[in-house]
Design a protein. Structure first.
Length: 357
């Protein structure tokens, strides 16, 4: 009898050699295939603008050598006559290795997407990156929890009762932490919907300030008086927010009053003067100027224009320049600004009336 035909552990030496050869060849081919595909995809990624090929290459790089070895051992075991118990163990080990590798691939995909998001967003909204990082951590916890349950189920552990217990416990925890979860989802809404970002100037519930940080539970706002306002995300989204950071131009309305003894021709010239004072500035867009009404002690004019830049300081500088120019033009034209006056009529004992301011 040839040595190759000798039986060892219910299999001939020839079968053991074939199984070992299959193991070596399978491991080598799987490793070379993974390396080859990674190199090919990396080269293709340099010529494309999409990130899908980069993601595939990253997942292949995260393929564990231990996983390839376990799969190769399983392929080799198919050539052997093994007891049912041992064969079942080999199948379970292979399935567990596949489940663990799938968890590693999903974890790598989450990291890949997080890095890409961080590169795009960090310069604009650092708080969004912090929130997404925390949410990615939550996603990883869920992924590995599912992986653990699948492994336990594959090992024959009854996970139905465990999952039911986790579900009931999760409901109890959710009820106990509903305010925190509400703020967490509100944080996610802020990140995804972007009603405001760091640096925006907000008005909400009578408060004014600039957004400094958007966290998982609270948003921090620096008020005009210097103190920091800490507001829960759900309360902030539940209020009416005026976001001055999205202001593209400012509408300015101002009025002036002149005395009643101003001649008609000068009254007709005033809207033109106001328009010229506004249009002297490149950052303005004139809308209208009219004699609005007759007041108690003045003839009132109303002017509207737009400042095409959102900066508040620029708006005030322009308004100051317009006010000074209008004052100068009125002085040159002999037009007097009105101020509140009253005329009192007195009746003397002889019936003669006198008047005075």
């Amino acid at each position: 009898m040839s040595i190759l035909d000798q039986v060892f552990l219910d299999n001939t030496v020839r079968q053991w050699l074939a199984a070992f050869g299959t193991l070596i060849v399978s491991f080598g081919l799987l490793w070379l295939l993974a390396r080859f595909v990674v190199v090919r995809i990396a080269r293709a990624a340099e010529r494309t603008g999409t990130s899908l090929d980069d993601l595939v290459a990253e997942l292949l790089r995260r393929t564990s050598l231990l996983f390839l070895l376990v799969i190769s051992i399983f392929f080799g075991s198919l050539l052997l006559e093994l007891p049912d118990r041992v064969d079942g163990i080999m199948q379970r080990v292979a399935i567990i290795a596949l489940i663990l590798q799938a968890g590693m691939w999903i974890n790598a995909a989450i990291n890949f997407l997080l890095v890409r998001y961080r590169q795009r967003t960090l310069a604009e909204d650092a708080a969004a990156v912090t929130t997404i990082t925390a949410l990615s951590f939550t996603a990883k916890v869920i992924v590995w929890t599912v992986v653990l349950l699948l492994i336990l189920d594959n090992l024959g552990v009854e996970v139905t009762t465990l999952v039911t217990g986790l579900g009931v416990g999760g409901i109890a925890v959710a009820l106990a932490l509903q305010s925190i979860l509400g703020d967490l989802f509100a944080s996610l809404a802020i990140v995804l919907d972007k009603p405001f970002v760091i640096g925006d100037f907000l008005e909400f519930d009578g408060n004014l300030g600039s957004v400094e940080n958007v966290g998982l539970k609270t948003t921090r706002v620096r008020s005009l008086s210097g103190e920091q306002l800490v507001v829960s995300n759900s309360d902030l989204l539940g209020s009416r927010i005026r976001n001055f950071g999205r202001l593209y131009e400012r509408r300015v309305l101002f009025g002036i009053g002149v005395t009643y003894d101003t001649p008609r021709d000068r009254l007709e010239a005033i809207p033109g003067m106001l328009r010229e004072a506004v249009e002297r500035h490149e950052e303005t867009r004139f809308d209208r100027s009219h004699l609005k009404d007759y007041g108690d002690s003045s003839i009132n004019f109303e002017t509207v224009y737009y400042v095409t830049e959102p900066e508040y300081a620029l708006k005030m500088d322009i308004q100051q320049a317009i006010n000074l120019e209008v004052h100068q033009r009125f002085e040159e034209a002999g037009i007097e600004f009105a101020f509140p006056t009253q005329t009192i009529h007195l009746q003397t004992g002889g019936g003669e009336a006198t008047a005075g301011p």
